[in-house]
Design a protein around this ligand. Structure first.
Ligand SMILES: Cc1cc2nc3c(=O)[nH]c(=O)nc-3n(C[C@H](O)[C@H](O)[C@H](O)COP(=O)(O)OP(=O)(O)OC[C@H]3O[C@@H](n4cnc5c(N)ncnc54)[C@H](O)[C@@H]3O)c2cc1C
Length: 471
């Protein structure tokens, strides 16, 4: 008898799993809350312009995944070299930071204080290694207090909405490049620096991008699934996952045609782990529910602008650390692919970090637009007369928040889901893991292989288990 698999969530993880399973001839149903698939890696069209949910560069060290994505999009991937900046103290700095740039742009006093602080922590660490108890201590232990105070601290607090002393050091480990300031200094002055052997080097600036927006990857996955007889239910919200005898029996969801129940032999869940726990029947016990309620995600409101100018910047994106500016990053998709805009014009996507339900999240689009446009003018990038149209997009699940207690809560929840025989949890939201697109695709494919008996369930969560920088 053929197996029947239900997949919760039609982002890259869910779609890759479904794509692979339908190729194996398995009956698959994908249940997706939104009216489109792709999740965070979807693209949206407006007035002939294509927008992503913030800048998405495809990069991977796994050649099989690269070949798969390349052939999926018809060998139409552009190979690009990343160009990014940081704007603060009203100046532009290279990213990753270059010492030359920093020393030329900040005051002599601050430069000296950064340099001696750095020397001090390096020497101190040599004699008595310091403990990384939080994001804050991780950065100070490697860069010194001055660099932390003028850049890492404020940017992190703005992006995460929490003091860096409350965030886990594992987040810093995965997302902060250039751990060695001496390396930064050498790279600033020696242009032909030897190739980095580090598998996730921040200096590995090559990446790929499809011609018509990052959403093309999801689009072709979806096409493949449908062609192979898979079903995708969009606009459909998971309501109930019924468990019997340590096995998932069925999934109930509500969609355009009312409520529907699908029996399944296997379930792959890529929706947010806390949300999954809350729809399980019979209900989980109170401590587990409390762990689920206390794992949180940082949300993002995206302000997308259509601009009547040939270009605004020559960069892929610019980080904006100052706290008085609402957005923490802006990206210009035209610099990824000119096929995303109309001739002679451009667009910008501004990411505004927030928590679901706060003032930003609940702002009326027109109010947010008026505020943010003033700030764009203050930076000197765009004036209001250049803007032809705008719209807001949102995601509740932008980033899993690695607070200092998240690992304990996560372990509890994983213990519960792991004991359900025919359930695989995968993906950025499912595993509460800060992964990239290539990891999501790999997790999806591995999940399919687990069901076929070609891989072990543990392998899914081990994708991206590398301790270090991910870019
Ligand atoms: C601003 C930003 C920039 C990024 N830039 C990059 C980059 O440059 N390079 C890179 O490699 N990665 C990048 N990423 C990460 C990348 O987007 C993700 O790793 C990837 O898209 C995760 O895919 P996923 O399927 O695991 O999760 P998601 O895309 O979140 O998919 C989960 C899906 O489940 C659906 N869902 C949720 N709840 C329910 C429910 N109750 N019922 C039914 N469906 C539900 C959601 O609508 C969604 O479609 C970025 C992420 C963000 C937020």
């Amino acid at each position: 008898m053929k197996k029947s698999v239900v997949i919760l969530g039609g982002g890259l993880t869910g779609l890759s799993a479904a794509w692979q399973l339908t190729k194996y001839g398995i009956k698959v149903s994908v249940i997706e809350k939104e009216h489109y698939t792709g999740g965070l890696s979807a693209s949206i069209e407006k007035d002939g312009f294509i927008f992503d949910f913030g800048p998405h560069r495809f990069h991977t060290h796994d050649n099989k995944i690269l070949e798969m994505v390349d052939s999926l999009v018809g060998h139409r991937l552009r190979k690009l070299t990343k160009s990014t900046k940081i704007w603060f103290m009203k100046k532009y700095f290279d990213y990753p930071l270059k010492a030359k740039d920093v020393f030329l742009n900040i005051s002599l006093m601050l430069s000296l204080s950064c340099f001696f602080d750095y020397l001090f922590v390096r020497l101190k660490n040599k004699f008595k290694p310091m403990q990384d108890t939080s994001f804050e201590t991780w950065v100070i232990n490697r860069f010194g207090k001055s660099i932390y105070n003028f850049y890492f601290g404020p940017y992190t607090e703005k992006t995460w909405g929490r003091p860096p002393s409350m965030l886990s050091s594992s987040y810093a480990e995965q997302r902060i490049p250039a751990m060695n300031l001496l390396d930064v200094i050498k790279r600033s002055f020696i242009t032909k620096f030897k190739k980095d052997n580090h598998p996730h080097s921040p200096y590995d600036s090559k990446f790929y991008y499809p011609y018509k927006g990052i959403g093309e990857i999801a689009h072709f996955l979806e096409k493949g699934i449908l062609e192979h007889g898979g079903k995708i239910y969009t606009d459909s919200n998971v309501r109930k996952v019924t468990i019997n005898n340590k096995k998932v029996q069925s999934v109930t969801f509500s969609g355009a045609t009312g409520e529907k129940v699908i029996e399944c032999d296997y379930l792959i869940s890529t929706i947010a782990l806390p949300d999954f726990i809350k729809v399980v029947v019979p209900d989980v016990d109170a401590p587990l529910l409390s762990a689920a309620n206390n794992l949180s995600y940082r949300s993002i409101v995206f302000l997308n602008l259509i601009i009547d100018r040939p270009f605004v910047t020559s960069h892929h994106w610019i980080y904006i650390p100052p706290k008085n500016i609402l957005f923490n990053r802006l990206s210009e998709i035209k610099n990824f692919s000119v096929d995303t805009i109309k001739d002679g014009m451009t667009s910008l996507c501004l990411e505004i970090p927030c928590d679901k339900g706060d003032l930003i999240w609940n702002s009326k689009p027109e109010d947010l637009y008026e505020k943010v446009v003033l700030q764009l003018e203050e930076i000197g990038l765009v004036s209001k007369e250049d803007i032809r149209n705008y719209f807001i997009s949102r995601t509740e699940y932008g980033y899993p928040i690695y607070d200092i207690t998240h690992a304990v809560k996560l372990e509890k929840l994983m213990k519960y889901v792991d004991q359900l025989d025919n359930l695989i949890v995968a993906g950025r939201q499912g595993l509460f893991k800060y992964i990239n697109m290539d990891h999501a695709i790999k997790m999806g494919i591995l999940s399919a292989d687990v069901i076929m008996g070609y891989a072990k369930k543990e392998e899914v969560a081990q994708v991206c288990a590398w301790k270090g920088y991910y870019g």
